[in-house]
Every structure is written in C-alpha cells, then in structure tokens.
Design a protein around this ligand. Structure first.
Ligand code: NAD
Ligand code: ZN
Length: 476
C-alpha cells in the first residue's frame, strides 16, 4: 500500500477567507469524533501574538511561521479536522505535506459573499475591495490544485473524510478516481458485469490488469469463491481491487483485498441501493460460514469509494425495496425524512450518515452499534425462516416495527413506506435465535432503541417485552 488511508489522514478545510471553514470544521469534528484545530488560532497560541500583528511585520515572515506550524501539525498530530488560513496553501511545502497527510477539502465562496462577511473585521487582506477580488481570483487555481474534494455542507466534508465520492457519472472517471498509479483488478458478478462492466473497463483504461467474476448473490461470500479469487489475482502490493456490484460483491471483494498479500488497497463501486447507502461504506468486509452470515471478515477501509447514483437506474424494483429498508432505518436514526429525497441526494445523505458513525467508531466498539436498529429482530426472523423466502430488507422492515414499538414511537410511517408483511415462521425458533444473538448480555437482551435524545444502544429490555414485540411480527 502506497499512502495513508482515509482513517489515518487529517481532514483539512481550505478556501478563501470568509468561506466558513472554522465553523464547518468544528461541526464535522463533532460528527466524526475527532479533535478540531483552527490553524490561525494555533499560530496565535504558539507565537503569543495576533495574526494582524504578525502580518504587520511583513507577509513573507508571516507565511514562513504559518508554513512551519501548519506542516508540524500535519506531520505530528493524530488525525484532526483542521481549518487552514486562506493563504496557507500558497506554500509548496504545505501543499506537499497536505497531499501526504490529509484529505484536503475546498470550501468554495464567491468574492462578493466573502467580502460581505469579512470586511471591516480588521483582516489585513480585506481592506480594499478591488485587491480582495483580485486575490480571490488568483487563489482559485491554487485551491483547485490542492483539493481532493469540494464541499458545500458538513455531509460533503464527512464523505470526503471517509474517502467517499458521491457523484452522478463518476463511473466514467473511474481510472482517475482510483488512488495511486498501480494496476487494478475489476471484480463483479456476471449480472452487473453484463450491464456496467464495459463502462468500468473503459474508464479504468490502461490501469486495468484483469477482470474477475464472482458468483451471483451470497454465493460470492463463500470460501470457495474466495479461494478462486485469491488464486486468480495477479496484482502486486501496489495493485488495487476494484469491486463493482452490490453488497455481496463489495463484501467478498473487500475481504479478498484485506487478505491477499496481507492486504492491498481496494475501491468499491457500489451498484445496488443497499451497497451505496450501507454495504460499501465503513470498511467492514466479510464472507459467510455454513453456521451463519458474515462470520469471517476484516475491517479494511477502502482507499476510495466511488458512488455513482446513475447506476441505480438499472436496479430491479425488488432490489430497490431491499435498499429502502436500510434508507428508512438511516432516516429514523438521523431523525430526518431522508427517504423523501431524490436519488442522488438520498444516497449522499444516507451514505454520509453511515460514514460519520463509522469514522467515529471504525471498529464497532461503541456507537456504531446504532446501525443495528431493527436488526436483532430481523436476524432472528431470517434465521427462523432459514433464509428461504424472507429477504433481509423484508426482515429489516419488520424489525424496524418492533424497535419503534419498544421505543414508544409511531409505526405509521414505516408501514406506509415499506409495507412490512407478517412472516410465517416458527415462533419458538425465532425466539431462540433472538436469545442466541451476540447482543445478549447475561440473558438480558440489549437493543438499539430511539430515545428522546436520539438513538441509544445496549438498552436492556425485559425478555417478556422483547418476546411480545417479536411475536407481533409473526403471522398466526
Ligand atoms: N459490509 C457491510 O457493512 C454490509 C452492510 C449491509 C449489507 N451487507 C451485505 O450486502 C449483501 C447484500 O447486498 P445487495 O443487496 O446489494 O446484494 P447483491 O450484491 O446480491 O445484489 C443484489 C442483486 O442486484 C443486482 N444488481 C446490483 N446492482 C445492480 C444494478 N445497478 N443494476 C441491475 N442489477 C444490479 C446483483 O447482480 C444482484 O443480483 C449481503 O450479503 C449483506 O450481508 C454488508
Ligand atoms: Zn441491514
């Protein structure tokens, strides 16, 4: 692996003065659970002087101090969310250090808005309007050159921090979007390969070394399928696995990348709604065992995730419904009707919600557990159904009903959106599966519930209440 992955990088907000970098960086830091640092404040703290006083001694001297402090922060501190001064990126050394140590995100602002916000505040470079606009024009190409992404809100910054790009048509720029310059192996199932494989191959161009096919559906997530991939891969350690497909493809290809040569880079290009809002975000990869799903796997964060919502246009209706169950789950967690949004925005907002949770808790030790809302019930029903005739999406729709009831919430919205159908399974089998679930602590079930203050995890619920909620999901 060539360079630092998203989890090891700072997030550095750059842009002209008045863009609102500090406010946004502070908000993003809270969401992703990282410390926030404003570099102008840091310079003032370390020098014991104000930016205005330092600047008055000459811009060149100020820029030198700025470069030293910015580069030291980038090189020495654990990953932060940083707000850089508007001129910091003029330094070649700072730009180089940003490329090595940070995901750099441009927060654009037009000259008129910037002037309105900053003039009269005593900023040394915001005294004369013509000079200010001239400077604004001159800086644009420098920002564009150093930025890995452009952000218009906190979700955009969160996505950039996670290495996720959500952009209509991105598939056609895939060759340029896969980090590094090594070869790539393109993995997909035969169905997706038939629809979008050629576009992906063309976009990867000279970087494409091989294309490999995974079996359709959960068959991809078997040891037999992995055995074939491990043996067929011809990449060296500079290579990147590109996983084009639904969650089965991204889970299996991601696990292949996590293990092949002790781990090489990978880039998921999710094509199903499930994968765009869920499976391809957050770095969990896995295969199944006969004993149960996702029992062998690895945390392996992709170097980039390329989400092209246009790919959803070829997705069959029933697969879209599968994804809507996870969208509704995300909307309940976020407390916003994200399911009402048009596709591109729906995918961007849901992916950002999951990305923030996973950045906060990449190894699933604490609050990432909220993503299991409704899933303890869903898994129990799936097990009782023997995975026959009950899809994960249908099971999640029912699980959400149970979680809402136990949270004392109204279920009308979920019924209207997902039309959950009671399932015919053995009640005792479902209850047994529920108790065997790994979230049981000392016989007491711990669930994700929605509380006044937001989602809470590991909430103990008396077994009788859980059993009643489970029974309500099962047809008589
Ligand atoms: N790693 C995680 O965090 C995570 C999260 C959620 C789900 N998952 C896993 O994801 C898997 C389910 O993912 P899935 O529902 O995407 O299944 P899938 O990969 O089997 O895709 C579903 C079907 O849709 C087809 N398809 C995909 N994209 C298409 C497109 N654009 N046009 C036409 N057809 C398309 C596929 O060929 C397949 O037949 C499960 O194994 C689940 O465990 C993983
Ligand atoms: Zn799910």
């Amino acid at each position: 692996m060539s360079s630092l992955g998203p989890l090891e990088r700072h997030v550095a907000l750059v842009g002209f003065m008045g863009a609102g970098k500090s406010t946004l960086a502070a908000a993003v830091a809270l969401r992703v659970g990282r410390p926030f640092l404003d570099l102008d404040d840091e310079i003032e703290r370390r020098t014991g002087s104000t930016i205005a006083v330092l600047f008055a001694r000459g811009e060149a001297a100020f820029r030198q101090i700025e470069e030293d402090i910015v580069c030291e922060v980038l090189e020495r501190l654990e990953p932060h969310v940083l707000a850089l001064g508007g001129g910091a990126v003029l330094s070649e050394r700072t730009r180089r250090t940003l490329r090595e140590r940070a995901t750099t995100v441009l927060l654009p602002v037009d000259a008129a808005d910037a002037w309105r916000r900053v003039h009269g505040a005593g900023r040394p470079l915001a005294q004369d309007r013509d000079a200010f606009e001239q400077l604004h024009r001159e800086r644009q190409p420098v920002y564009a050159d150093v930025a890995d992404a452009t952000a218009h809100d906190a979700d955009d910054v969160v996505l950039a921090a996670a290495g996720v790009l959500v952009e209509r048509g991105a598939l056609h720029r895939l060759g340029a979007l896969v980090p590094g310059d090594g070869s790539t192996a393109l993995l997909s199932d035969p169905h997706v390969a038939g629809i979008h494989g050629m576009d992906a191959q063309l976009a990867l161009g000279k970087r494409l070394a091989q294309t490999l096919e995974l079996p359709l559906g959960e068959e991809a997530k078997t040891l037999a399928a992995l055995d074939r991939i491990w043996n067929d891969l011809r990449l060296d350690r500079t290579g990147t696995v590109v996983a084009l497909g639904g969650g089965c493809t991204t889970d299996a290809a991601g696990f292949a990348a996590a293990t092949y040569l002790r781990g090489i880079d990978w880039v998921p290009v999710p094509t199903s709604l499930v994968a765009q809002v869920d499976a391809a975000i957050g770095g969990k990869t896995a295969i199944d065992l006969p004993l149960g799903k996702n029992l062998v796997g690895a945390f392996h964060w992709p170097t980039r995730t390329v989400v092209d919502p246009a790919l959803l246009e070829t997705l069959p209706r029933e697969q879209r419904l599968e994804g809507m169950a996870e969208v509704v789950k995300t909307a309940l967690l976020a407390g916003e009707p994200l399911y009402e949004l048009p596709d591109d925005e729906l995918v961007r907002r849901c992916a950002a919600y999951k990305a923030a949770v996973c950045l906060r808790d990449p190894y699933d030790r604490a609050d990432r557990k909220v993503l299991n809302l409704g899933h303890t019930f869903a898994h129990a029903l799936e097990t009782a159904a023997g995975y026959e005739g009950l899809t994960h999406g249908r099971a999640v729709a029912l699980g959400l009903l149970a979680a809402l009831r136990l949270s004392g919430r109204d279920i009308g919205q979920v019924e209207e959106l997902l039309h959950p159908q009671l399932v015919k399974v053995d009640r005792d089998r479902a209850w047994e599966a529920m108790q065997r679930d790994k979230k049981t602590v000392g016989g007491e079930l711990r669930l994700v519930l929605l509380e006044e203050s937001g989602p809470a995890w590991d909430v103990p619920v008396p077994p009788a209440e859980v059993r009643r909620a489970l029974d309500e999901l099962i047809a008589k």
